[in-house]
Design a protein around this ligand. Structure first.
Ligand code: AMP
Ligand code: MG
Length: 490
């Protein structure tokens, strides 16, 4: 049997400076860890074919399907504030694009698929741990309703990769609305290649902002679109306690999807200064800094787009400033809207921001678990506030806040059961807590036991439904289970 995938290559119509054509490097012994069957079906792919020996070989990069013409994409990026003019897919290859059942075009990328012209000193490979982390967390994000790249499959390669130690190698098949990053625009702009820049922008508009093509200034409309999507995205991150960890401009997608799960982590105890990434010494990408950094990244996008915004530089700068000026209001509106849903409020009142902020302050003082506090607040909407009270040593402070909250709820009469149900739909019970993720990686890497990984993926697919018997997945880490540092996905 010869596998056929309906792969397309609209990106290959762009100027050649933006990519390099090459095949993935075959691996010794591909073995399927997990195939995301519902995602494969949504993409119009045949899960049985993908799970066959030949399909697994394709997912591992050992076999190139008939008619495929894979490519590595070029991009630049600001890494921790420093501009690097040439990064690119150093350990990833775009297998091709597919149009899913919903009519949307998406990329299928193999991450860990071998060296490319953009590999610099790297080996082009990925270790099993980071591949499983990206699978778990990106799929959890999707289930939590956050725009994100998806995991189509994880395979092991039967080869070792050498980091501080020899680790089992793996490849992640990743699906994205596109892999066009802020850094992709920076790359085209830094080349001084205006034609490539314009072609890239037109391509991105066709994929992500088709309506912008009809606007008086399509490139301004595109920038407005990216600003709006990223303002909404970073608000969603904060609302579920997510810390990306490496918000470099090459890890910021113009589609508005979360991309590049490296040292990412979910916060347990609420503290806006939380940092997990072992390489983020200054706390640049701390939880509470993420909106500010996203704005910074968008300024870099606007700079790259300047020559397209207007032939007159002053007018171009004015257009960029107007577009970027919308970020703060869009972000704050999305964040406050989300906090209202978390508090069980459907209407907007002036005092809501302070009400939410005062709870967060109490949580920070109590070092209360972010996810569990809101989940137990959902129970409190039905009158059961014992578990919530148990989380706060400052009983009087919480008492006073609960009285304000209940008074505010009375302004929006609703059956308490319905309110609690709505709140439980906004406040997940299961998130990919760091200690859980580390434990499944440990089982897979050191014991070749993938059952804990499979179970965690399954639990996180339904993050809002609480089930008896799954308490372990809802509970913050015990002191000895705490994970304080995460490492990059290399
Ligand atoms: P990241 O910080 O993981 O987003 O990656 C930054 C850059 O380093 C990208 O250009 C990657 O392609 C490249 N890179 C990361 N790991 C490797 C590797 N093992 N081999 C080659 N390139 C890599
Ligand atoms: Mg990256």
């Amino acid at each position: 049997m010869s596998i056929r995938l309906p792969l397309q290559y609209t990106y290959a119509e762009l100027p050649e400076a933006l990519f390099a054509r090459l095949d993935p490097t075959p691996v010794a012994a591909p073995r399927l860890v997990r195939l995301n069957v519902p995602l494969a079906e949504a993409l119009g792919l045949d899960p049985a074919a993908l799970a066959s020996a030949e399909g697994v070989a394709v997912l591992a990069g050992s076999r190139v399907p008939d008619g495929a013409a894979p490519m590595a994409l070029a991009y630049a990026g600001h890494q921790f504030g420093q501009f690097v003019p040439r990064l690119g897919d150093g350990r990833a290859i775009l297998l091709g694009e597919v149009v899913g059942r919903d009519g949307q075009r998406r990329d299928i990328q193999l991450k860990g698929s071998g060296r490319t012209p953009y590999s610099r000193g790297g080996d082009g490979r990925a270790a099993l741990g980071p591949v499983l982390r990206e699978y778990v967390v990106s799929e959890a994000m999707a289930a939590l309703g956050v725009p994100t790249t998806r995991a189509l499959a994880a395979v092991t390669t039967g080869e070792w990769v050498y980091r501080e130690a020899a680790l089992p190698g793996a490849v992640l098949a990743r699906v994205a609305a596109s892999h066009i990053r802020v850094g992709t625009f920076q790359y085209a702009a830094a080349q001084g290649d205006l034609d490539a820049l314009r072609a890239l922008a037109d391509h991105a508009i066709a994929r992500h902002d088709p309506a912008a093509a009809e606007a008086a200034n399509p490139y301004r409309a595109f920038l407005d679109g990216v600003v709006a999507r990223q303002a909404s995205l970073v608000a969603r991150w904060l609302l579920i306690g997510f810390i990306h960890g490496v918000m470099n401009t090459d890890n910021t997608s113009v589609s508005g999807e979360t991309i590049d799960y490296g040292p990412c982590a979910f916060m347990d105890e609420y503290d806006p200064r939380t940092v997990f990434s072992s390489i983020d010494h200054m706390g640049r990408y701390a939880y509470g800094n993420q909106p500010r950094i996203m704005h910074w990244n968008l300024v870099r996008l606007a700079e790259a787009l300047l020559p397209l915004l207007d032939a007159d530089e002053e007018r171009a700068v004015a257009a960029a400033k107007a577009s970027l000026g919308a970020f703060s209001d869009l972000y704050h509106a999305a964040y406050l809207d989300g906090l209202r849903r978390k508090l069980g409020l459907a209407e907007a009142r002036e005092e809501d921001a302070a009400l939410a902020q005062d709870l967060l302050t109490l949580m920070a003082e109590a070092r209360a678990d972010f996810t569990l506090t809101f989940r137990r607040l959902s129970d409190a909407a039905e009158g059961d506030d014992a578990a919530l009270r148990g989380m706060f040593a400052d009983a009087a402070g919480l008492e006073a806040w609960l009285a304000r909250w209940r008074a505010r709820l009375e302004a929006e009469p609703m059956a308490s059961g319905a309110r609690a149900a709505a709140m439980r739909g906004a406040n997940p019970v299961y998130i990919p807590r760091n200690h859980l993720v580390e434990a499944v990686i440990e089982a897979a890497v050191s014991r070749e036991d993938f059952a804990p990984f499979e179970q965690l993926v399954d639990v996180l697919a339904r993050p809002f439904e609480e089930w008896a018997g799954l308490e372990r997945y809802a509970t913050p880490p015990q002191p000895e289970e705490r994970v304080t540092q995460t490492f990059c996905g290399t």
